[in-house]
Design a protein around this ligand. Sequence first.
Ligand code: SF4
Ligand code: SF4
Length: 171
Amino acid sequence: MHINIQTNLSFIALLAIEKEAEHDQFRVYLKQMNSDELDEMIFPIQEEVTAAIDCTTCGACCKSLMINVTAKEASQLSSTLGIDESQFRLQYLEESMEGQLIINQVPCHFLEGSKCSIYQNRFIECREFPHLHKKGFQNRLFGTLMHYGTCPIVFNSIEALKTVSGFHASL
Ligand code: SF4
Ligand code: SF4
């Protein structure tokens, strides 16, 4: 399908407020579907949308997400940046209550303007967001719709999914 891509963040944010009630209905509608069939529906949509959007000119998620980092990633990136690992951890990371390493600042330290300064070496969690390519989309509807107003990939995928799934809001 051809999707008209929208990347205007202000427009997307406004629409998210306007469509809160519609999205409550959409979530219920999607919950009634077969989970595997829903995955088959969202996968090609997200593929087309992701290919059409340049995350290096957006960076919106880098301004709001707490990013998990693995010990291996911390070690690799400190070495790539030529920083002693303990210094790297002190400067950029902290431990969550659950003992998980996370970046200690939002927006992320590595964001320069709208672009990730370590894009080729960014963390797995950054690469995987907004997770639309993963199986079990139906279990992540609430979290995904939370990012509708901030992430153009989510926004455009959800709008296309409404069409493909035959959803009509009754407001
Ligand atoms: S590492 Fe890069 S992609 Fe990940 S949150 Fe930071 S700026 Fe964004
Ligand atoms: S994942 Fe979404 S919010 Fe993050 S940079 Fe890409 S389009 Fe922007």
